[in-house]
Write a protein that binds this ligand. Structure first.
Ligand code: HEC
Length: 281
């Protein structure tokens, strides 16, 4: 073999070896969160991608640059245009190699990004209209609530999907998350309240359901949100030495206490354990 050709082959070999390495690394950094070798998770498996794009590098790049809405019940794939064609082709090489000899397994369906959490789920997030102290909770069933740790009270109730998982994913938890589904109940922020309350944290029970703990005007509150039928029930336990008052809207009724217009007053004995029910459409 002529020397020049050998050198050329060696160079090519070296070049493709780096490309393969880069492919694996780039795949791990940019794609592995949503694609597994032999199983559908957030996106299709590498086995499926190999079948679709085994002979179609150009089409593969086109997809990654401008993904489409193709499958039902999955999130939209974010564009990978920033990687550029060369890196995407290296990733494709890696995807094809990683799928060789594998068989498709049944899909993993409990995917936290693509589906609403139907077990209780708690996320500290930045939510529009609520601010940086929002704690969103997906309740079993189809209700979601947002507790504002600044005001120490319920701020938003919505029915349907939990949060825009992709915005959350992109920001590694720092992004403003948008509630999905339909907002059924909400309250504006109350700055005067913020001076009277102190957030103490929350405790999660064995099922994952949180109980929020806070102080207001010297009384100590424990509050748990549960769905009952179509309504939301706020279970409260208050340790107080003085009567406790709540400002309630028309949708909210109380299991104890005396109500005058919008003000509910409970004696310390009544406040020990009671419930507020928010009627929802
Ligand atoms: C945040 C999750 C996510 C990331 C990260 C991601 N994908 Fe995807 N990908 C998806 C989803 C979801 C689909 C299916 C979309 C649909 O069918 O509507 C998909 C589908 C695909 C498909 C199949 C297209 C088809 O025609 O069916 C390819 C190829 C693909 N992704 C490549 C990539 C590559 C390459 C990367 C990394 C550079 C990547 N994906 C990163 C979520 C992701």
């Amino acid at each position: 073999m002529p020397r020049r050709l050998v050198t050329l082959l060696l160079l090519l070999g070296a070049a493709s070896a780096t490309a393969a390495e880069d492919g694996a690394l780039l795949y791990a950094q940019n794609c592995a969160a949503c694609h597994l070798p032999d199983q559908m998770v957030v996106g299709p498996s590498l086995v499926e991608i190999s079948k679709l794009y085994g002979k179609k590098p150009k089409e593969f790049v086109r997809w990654a640059v401008k993904p489409q809405k193709k499958r039902l019940g999955v999130i939209e794939m974010p564009s990978m245009a920033h990687l550029g064609e060369a890196k995407l082709l290296a990733i494709r090489e890696h995807m094809l190699a990683a799928a060789v000899g594998l068989k498709e397994k049944p899909a993993i369906t409990k995917d936290p990004l693509a589906r609403p959490a139907r077990r209780p789920e708690v996320r500290r997030i930045f939510m529009p209209n609520v601010g940086p102290a929002a704690i969103a909770v997906a309740l079993p069933g189809d209700l979601n609530v947002c507790f504002d740790a600044g005001d120490c009270r319920l701020r938003t109730v919505w029915r349907g999907d939990f949060l825009d998982g992709w915005a959350y994913y992109k920001g590694a938890g720092k992004a403003t998350a948008t509630p999905l589904g339909k907002v059924l109940w909400s309250l504006p922020a109350d700055e005067s309240l913020q001076k009277r309350v102190k957030f103490l944290g929350y405790e999660v029970d064995a099922a994952g359901l949180p109980t929020f703990e806070y102080e207001r005007d010297g009384a100590r509150f424990r509050e748990t949100f549960v769905a009952e039928g179509r309504d939301l029930v706020r279970r409260l336990e208050v340790v107080a030495t003085e009567p406790v008052t709540f400002e309630l809207d028309r949708a909210t009724s109380a299991s104890a206490g005396t109500r005058r217009e919008s003000t509910l007053t409970l004696t310390p004995a009544e406040a020990k354990a009671f419930a507020l029910t928010v009627r929802l459409p």
